[in-house]
Write a protein that binds this ligand. Structure first.
Ligand SMILES: Cc1ncc(COP(=O)(O)O)c(C=O)c1O
Length: 408
């Protein structure tokens, strides 16, 4: 017999996935920007499974690619080639600074691969003993030990110490602090071009270019973690394009598979030489199902006008958010690029989480980042009309019931 929602919530509480505390909603289907729970309640999705469902839900191109692949072949391991994987590799290389691609299953794994490659490049190709990686306060790179050690946020380390050695912390948007962190053992700088979990913090003018210069001057590898900000999220296929600064290594995940677990680490040929056959590997990485999803997503992002629309709707979002700020004393700051936006509220972290719950009750799905920042990372298919609808619901959730005029 079909379990009731209440029963499922009770079982979940008892058997716990040992991860987040989920909201007591059981989602069952989705279409476009909307999700529906088992009771038929509909939610406007401005969270996209934490910046993952880049084409929204049940996008026809993604569904067709997945159904076609499911019926043919699911997995063979990286001991063999499959067409979707090779084509996705080629497409990523053609679209980016990189010459080589390593596929994996998540953002943390992509960062592990990037950190390992940077160290091994220094050791094996350059014959140096450099191993340290400069990372940034409030950065986030994942929960595995290497990626966690690179995550300079004590709250994520608590109880898990000791961390992997070799990570040195600097301040984001502060080149002087980076210079101070670089020493004779420094191998690489690892940075999110726009900090995500840390509260949606864009780089200030010249910061990323300054990191590039420091890397060039000191023989360091520049690693961009574009797990959250890559794959169209900023209105550029890769965030680095918008800043005009190329890394040597880049990690991707989240949006790349449109909801199917997929990650990738991309590298320039010169640095990629740090890995020889078998230096690093994974069983599932880039399996045909995930790669077919990745290809379908990439083709949609590359359609004429798609990324331009992301930039337009993103700018519209920030204009609506600024308008809301002028009327809502609780809104402190609006930050973001493309469809990666944050609204910092004048509340404690727990109260910001309460806004997330209130928004869900108004049929709007969002989450927080960096404590008191409401994070908006909707599917990249969002329209101005969706933004209007999101603000109508958000303002109700914030306790401002005024109707705000919107346009399409
Ligand atoms: C910038 C960044 N890097 C890495 C990760 C980790 O990705 P995953 O959860 O897929 O391991 C995240 C996840 O939020 C992220 O935002």
């Amino acid at each position: 017999m079909r379990r009731t929602t209440r029963e499922l919530v009770e079982v979940a509480g008892r058997t716990s996935s040992l991860s987040y505390a989920p909201q007591p909603v059981v989602l069952e289907r989705g279409e476009g920007m909307w999700l529906e729970d088992r009771e038929g309640e509909r939610y406007l999705d401005f969270m996209a499974g934490i910046a993952v469902s880049s084409l929204g839900h049940a996008h026809p191109a993604l569904m067709e690619a997945l159904h076609g692949q499911v019926d043919r072949l699911l997995h063979v391991s990286n001991a063999f080639l499959t067409e979707p994987q090779v084509l996705l590799q080629e497409a990523l290389v053609q679209a980016s600074f990189a010459d080589r691609v390593f596929f994996c299953n998540s953002g943390a794994e992509a960062n592990e691969a990037g950190i390992k490659l940077a160290r091994r490049y220094q050791r094996i190709v350059r014959g140096s003993s450099r191993f340290e990686v400069v990372v940034f306060a409030r950065g986030f790179h994942g929960r595995t030990y290497g990626a966690l050690s690179a995550t300079a946020q004590p709250k994520y380390h608590r109880g898990f110490e000791p961390m992997v050695p070799g990570f040195v912390e600097a301040e984001f948007n502060d080149l002087e602090s980076v210079k101070g962190a670089i020493g004779p053992h420094t191998a690489a700088i690892l940075v999110e071009p726009i900090q995500g979990e840390g509260g949606i913090v864009p780089p200030c003018d010249g910061f990323l270019a300054g990191l590039r210069t420091l890397c060039d001057e000191n023989g360091l590898v520049l690693i961009f973690d574009e797990v959250q900000c890559g794959m169209g999220r900023t209105g550029h296929l890769f965030a680095y394009e918008g800043f005009g600064v190329e890394p040597d290594i880049m990690s991707l995940a989240k949006g790349i598979g449109g909801g199917v677990p997929l990650g990738a680490m991309l590298a320039r040929e010169s640095v990629a030489r740090g890995f020889e056959r078998g230096s690093h590997a994974t069983t599932y990485g880039g399996n045909p199902l995930a790669a077919a999803a990745g290809l379908a997503v990439l083709h949609v992002l590359q359609e004429d006008g798609f990324l331009e629309r992301v930039r337009d709707v993103g700018a519209y979002f920030r204009a609506r958010a600024e308008e809301a700020k002028s009327r809502c004393p609780g809104i402190r700051e609006v930050r973001g690029l493309g469809l990666m936006n944050g609204i910092e509220v004048d509340l404690e972290a727990t109260a910001a989480s309460a806004v997330v719950v209130a928004a869900r009750r108004q049929g709007l799905l969002i989450n927080t980042a960096g404590g008191n920042v409401l994070r908006f990372v909707p599917p990249l298919i969002a329209t101005r009309r969706d933004v209007d609808e999101a603000f109508r619901r958000l303002l109700k959730a914030l306790g401002d019931t005024e109707t705000v005029a919107g346009h399409d």
